[in-house]
Design a binder for this molecule. Sequence first.
Ligand code: BGC
Length: 750
Amino acid sequence: MSTPLPPGTDSAPSEGMPPDVGLPDAEGLGTNVETDRALAGRPSPDERAREVEEQMTDDERFSLVISIMGHIPGSAVGGRDPRLPANLANMSAGYTPGVPRLGIPAIQSSDASMGITNPGYRPDDAGATAFPSLIALGSSFNPELVRAGGAAIGREARIRGFNVQLAGGCNLARDPRNGRNFEYFSEDPYLSAVLVAEQVNGIQSQGVVSTLKHYTLNCNETNRHWLDAVIDPDAHRESDLLAFQVAIERSQPGSIMSGYNKINGEYAGGNEHLLNEVLKGAWGYKGWVMSDWGATPDWEFALKGLDQESGAQADRMLWGKEPFTDDLKEAYAGGRLPKERLSDMVRRILRSLYAVGADRWGPPPDVDMAKQNEIALEGARQGIVLLKNDGVLPFPADRRMRIAVIGGYAQQGVISGTGSGAVAPVGGFAGFTQIGGAGVMGKHRNLFLFRPSPLDELKKALPVAQFDFDPGYTPAEAALTAKRSDVVIAFGIRIEGEGFDMADLSLPWGQDAVIDAVATANPNTVVVLETGNPVSMPWHDKVRAILQAWYPGQAGAQAIAEVLSGKVNPSGRLPITFPQSLAQTPRPELPGLGTPWGTPVTIEYNEGAEVGYRWFARTGEKPLYAFGHGRSYTSFDYTDFEAQGGDTLSASFTVTNTGQRRGADVPQLYLTHAPGEARMRLLGFERVTLEPGESRRVTLSADPRLLARFDGAAGRWRIDDGSYTAALAHAADAPVASRDVHLAGRAFGG
Ligand code: BGC
């Protein structure tokens, strides 16, 4: 495709180290939604929902509890559904008719967490901002940045008429093979919760409902419709469910999307325990639960807590019926679906629309695409993790040197993850190739390239260097180019996405052999990785620096060039542990991998709550790179560490930039010991930007649930009386100092 540059991608880079967040305020960006103040004295969203629902006919009620997909050209679910209004132009993932006589707007939903997607639904849509993947934003450890990104996505949803954004990827990255880890923030419940809540807050600040998804344990893609995710229920509360619980408290997402998989034998969308008992019972969640697309095989899911069937045509394709249309009506007529439950389903939907103001939109906000790109750029900058650097980086911008850029389509663009979350940028992709694969998601696995290219951006950032590009077609050919250069920048890419788990941790298409060959030919080799997960790096010891750029979005090439040239000081920290090999992980073999689509699979998450770095702490294995790791071009020191006990654990310490450059650090506080056991938990973190020589005092106070065990029999969190050890650390494997505190024994919450 030959198309113009997306707006903003050719804008002048900002001077020097960018401020931590040179971003517009998430609020006050033309939401045109009446403010809470204007609504003071009016009924609450719940009261309004009850009043309006009481006036509805049963047909109107039933019309609200399903959503219909737009037509994806060539997809397995068939053509345009006749129930979609003929004049509906702004179609995306889901449509539910409104009830105009009662002022209820049609519900129109769009994917997803990295921008507004357009899988062929809206031919005249000029494209959206492609923001960085969530795992990249997870690496920023920066809630404010994520919130600004959420607001930016919310604005682009608003101008298209979407009032529900299917964002908020909240699953934990439990397995480095999971094809969708790039759509999730991290392996840690607290970090994930804090960040995803800010994405939801940002989106909802624009009058657009956001989901949190996929509830829950949707942590592998292999045969996801037939996957039973088995876990100890208490461990579940301390990990994946804790992420959802904390995120819900911090952001009140209008909707929760259930996953495709089963959890302990029951489908997520029909899981009485997780929906009725935990989510709506113990946590008092007020919004609505929507299914994933094609994840409602049975009307009885309505009794078990599901409020809306999504993508009804996908259910027809997979299960031969749309349970929330005819079956649900029959159940109601036969008295098997109580009237109160139908009313509850509808009220939950209405109250969430009212709570964010989705029924009170004024004129759409002005969206400045250059500013949107700045937010995407800042996300990419802060998301890049410098894994290794022996001093070769940054490259001095004034040095005349010959640089070989190798592989990874670096002459064309940066890659994206694939599946329902992939965003088509303004001006179209720089390149597009169908990769394909088995199952219904096969046609959605594509090589998508966002312009501008890393090669062009490197030429701008290093203006006196001379560049040679080699596509990395063969190791021998790439080595020839590497040999005649002063420095090599080798790109390693891996397309990961929805519907597929990776079979191992290698780079595809022989790239490991290419990188090995160029590093052998030229020891001054730097590697840039565009992947959605850790990779194994068999060439690791031969290269001088490694940059983990993830899927950095449309501004990724600029951010990569800025980090390599030192214009930006890298500040990302790993939100997921990089193992040395799969043998170190809880499941060296992934159950079901390689079985044909449709094969029932059981994955026992026997690691329980000990996910990622917690698992490594338990086994004593040394990872390739630990959770929280990330290098900088400056250095930081921690002093005067103090910790106090009581009802929870609080800590204070001083961070000092001891190097020569401005930079951002992410000091981390971990629990390392609880009474009677070693127990590793991230208790808190703070991103701090400091000038050379500058110091800042940081105080962190742990959410007490991170210090507790969940006692399922009592339905309470329990802190045992005794001594707890907290460590101040640069990363999960790099503690600097530790302190013991006493915590009073107590039970609390639910
Ligand atoms: C994905 C969801 C997505 C939905 C709608 C499903 O395949 O799992 O994350 O929101 O499609 O496109």
